[in-house]
Design a binder for this molecule. Structure first.
Ligand SMILES: C[S@@+](CC[C@H](N)C(=O)[O-])C[C@H]1O[C@@H](n2cnc3c(N)ncnc32)[C@H](O)[C@@H]1O
Length: 338
């Protein structure tokens, strides 16, 4: 038996903070592998332990209560900020001590978009990429990696590189800003792979991506350009110490997951800035309802992400064309170069 006080949200929060400061990972390979296994086998339910080892059972089939609006099962990853910020009205942490959980959503429908249409957009944008200042800087920066740094990378895993098939026929170029960024970010992956191949004596580099938004026609297209799309959480499981991770404004805390699972050989991802304490903000919605907005981004920098970044040499990426946002290259420091 436990006293009410021992199970209170506040007590759980204190325990979470203590375990986190002692180094207990929020995200583990064992939980992700088990979850992946259940999804792969089409199991009906999965049990996921939370940060304090409590068991939670989730449906892996869309439950009746949301069958009208949902058609897909998603994994929700809760970073340390989500687990340790009390909701102002309710005096509790929204998701308790659950680091990983199952939620349900709806998949974007790509009506009238075919692989051929995506390819045509890709070819058009490839011309712009090849001639751009950004591509020039990008290539120069990556070519500046030492032979030892380049040899240490045998695969690339991209996260959240965006919806390649989300073409906007109403926009002037018929592609639209979301797909333009997404196509360019995938092209950058191929550019890195090409340079790695040249510099590593013709050794081919495998390219993987994980972004649920590309399910269907987007993934079919990516396959034709040599990129293998992986379902969540397989991308995380694919990362090893010889991987270059590329992650750009993800809707999930990719940096916190990777910091717990595996330090890669290198990363190109959102610049790690010292975390600052933020407060919940109130927002009045269009219908007049007032709601609280969680103050952190979807991929916040935690103390653990900062500690990880310290192990890497850093080179800010110069994105003159604004296709990527504020990114930095991180290359593992300890390798002795030939
Ligand atoms: C803000 S968008 C960024 C897209 C693109 N990188 C850009 O800069 O325009 C966030 C992306 O995260 C993706 N995402 C959501 N959940 C994800 C997951 N579990 N793994 C990888 N990507 C995910 C979304 O589908 C979406 O493409």
């Amino acid at each position: 038996m436990t006293s009410p006080d021992e199970t209170s949200p506040d007590n759980d929060l204190q325990k979470t903070l203590k375990l986190y400061s002692e180094g207990k990972p929020l995200f583990t390979r064992a939980v992700l592998e088990d979850l992946d296994h259940h999804l792969e086998k089409g199991e009906k339910k999965v049990m996921i332990r939370d940060y304090l080892n409590k068991e939670h059972i989730y449906d892996l089939e869309i439950p009746d209560w949301c069958a009208d609006s949902a058609d897909t099962v998603r994994i929700k990853y809760n970073g340390i900020e989500t687990l340790t910020n009390l909701h102002p009205d309710e005096d509790r942490v929204s998701w308790g001590t659950r680091t990983m959980m199952i939620t349900y959503g709806s998949q974007y429908k790509y009506n009238d978009i075919t692989v051929e249409k995506v390819r045509a957009a890709f070819e058009r944008q490839r011309g712009a990429w090849k001639q751009s200042k950004t591509c020039k800087h990008f290539t120069q920066q990556f070519e500046g990696f030492t032979p030892g740094q380049v040899a240490a990378i045998t695969k690339i895993v991209g996260f959240a590189l965006g919806p390649v098939a989300y073409l906007d026929v109403r926009s002037a170029d018929g592609i639209g800003p979301s797909a333009t960024n997404a196509l360019t970010q995938h092209m950058a992956l191929l550019t890195i792979a090409e340079i790695l191949k040249q510099r590593n004596g013709g050794r081919k580099v495998k390219c993987y991506t994980q972004d649920p938004v590309n399910k269907g026609v987007g993934n079919e297209f990516l396959k034709t350009i040599g990129i293998t799309s992986l379902d969540d959480p397989k991308g995380f499981l694919e990362v090893d110490d010889k991987t270059l991770v590329v992650s750009i404004h993800p809707n999930v805390p990719v940096r916190q997951v990777i910091a717990d699972l595996q330090y890669p050989a290198a990363m190109l991802w959102n610049t790690v800035e010292e975390p600052v304490k933020r407060e919940w903000e109130q927002k009045t919605m269009d219908d007049g309802d007032v709601t609280w907005i969680f103050p952190y981004s979807t991929d916040p920098v935690s103390s653990r992400v900062v500690r990880m970044a310290e192990q890497y040499d850093q080179l800010p990426f110069d994105d003159a064309d604004d296709w990527f946002g504020k990114l930095t290259w991180y290359v593992r420091k300890h390798k002795k170069d030939a």
